[in-house]
Design a protein around this ligand. Structure first.
Ligand code: G
Ligand code: G
Ligand code: G
Ligand code: MN
Ligand code: NA
Length: 252
């Protein structure tokens, strides 16, 4: 297919954009936002990230796209901060990017060049990162944590949740995969999984964000069971930064 070839040009052609999705607390106050990449081609068609992110990973382009995304996140934070909304921003970091030999140096460079504070960035990594070279991965996480970067495990519960590893990592947050939230509170198994993750996170001193919150029932359940951060269509869709700024102004 032509996706890989076109994706190589997409960045130069200005076809990529970072959208942002707000995260709220149980009182619906903004507590953060996740940056999500979007590809809208010149002909007006959109390619979903489920399609182009795996293609970018397969071709190695994800490294270039990932640094671009991180830079956009830093710039987004500066814009939010200037408007009085200094929310921590979450960025997805793919395993192949995280394993680049000069990843830490590149992150430092982007922080220095933009002037964004590391402590306002959360790197979302998946459990897939933890399959190989665990000692190197954890050492690298500690290096980045020393800069001030915080870490979140994305899609938590769907991968290799080796709990012994969790204790060794400088973790800040778990993001409960939206498949479990979808099954809450109607389904007994889904609900049990969500409650177990919330309890475990509380014991480990980790913040939690529930992903894919779409209904008031889900939000009410979460509020009654520890009140994690929430992200989902019920509160806000991923949208251009401009639109999120307007939303923050309206609800401030
Ligand atoms: O909205 P959603 O369709 O944005 O995202 C689909 C998938 O693509 C998710 O698994 C998400 O983590 C991934 N994704 C979205 N944006 C980025 C990005 O900037 N970098 C990486 N590595 N993955 C992303
Ligand atoms: O780490 P290094 O020796 O390159 O630091 C040089 C200067 O940059 C120091 O003033 C240090 O405080 C600052 N600095 C180090 N890390 C970061 C960072 O992650 N972000 C920003 N904005 N400044 C940093
Ligand atoms: O990085 P991650 O896989 O967590 O990306 C979040 C994904 O979830 C993105 O594809 C985003 O568009 C999607 N998303 C965000 N809110 C909702 C929601 O309420 N419902 C569903 N089904 N998807 C959501
Ligand atoms: Mn994510
Ligand atoms: Na996720």
């Amino acid at each position: 297919l032509t996706i890989e070839r076109d994706l190589g040009q997409a960045l130069e052609n200005g076809e990529l954009q970072m959208h942002v999705q707000l995260q709220v607390d149980r009182d619906e106050r903004p507590v953060g936002a996740e940056l999500l990449m979007r590809w809208r081609r010149a002909d007006g068609t959109s390619i979903p990230p489920d399609v182009f992110i795996p293609a970018a990973e397969a071709s190695g382009l994800i490294v270039k796209l990932g640094y671009w995304a991180l830079r956009q996140a830093c710039l987004a934070w500066l814009r939010l901060s200037a408007a009085g909304h200094a929310l921590p921003l979450s960025v997805n970091v793919s395993p192949s990017q995280f394993r680049e030999p000069d990843f830490v140096a590149q992150v430092r460079t982007i922080l220095h060049e933009t002037g964004a504070p590391a402590a306002q960035l959360i790197f979302e990594v998946t459990e897939g990162l933890l399959i190989e070279n665990l000692d190197d991965t954890i050492a690298r996480m500690h290096e980045l944590a020393l800069l001030g970067i915080r870490f979140s495990i994305d899609d938590f519960g769907t991968g290799y949740s080796n709990l012994a590893y969790l204790k060794r990592m400088p973790l800040y947050e778990l993001k409960i995969d939206r498949s479990f939230i979808h099954d809450t509170p109607g389904d007994a198994n889904g609900t049990a999984i969500v409650q177990s993750i919330l309890a475990m996170a509380a014991h480990l001193g980790l913040r939690v964000v529930a992903e894919g919150v779409e209904t008031q029932d889900q939000a009410a359940f979460l509020a009654a069971h520890g009140g994690p951060g929430m992200q989902g269509y019920l509160f806000a869709r991923p949208m251009p930064l401009q639109d999120m700024l307007a939303l923050l102004e309206r609800t401030a």
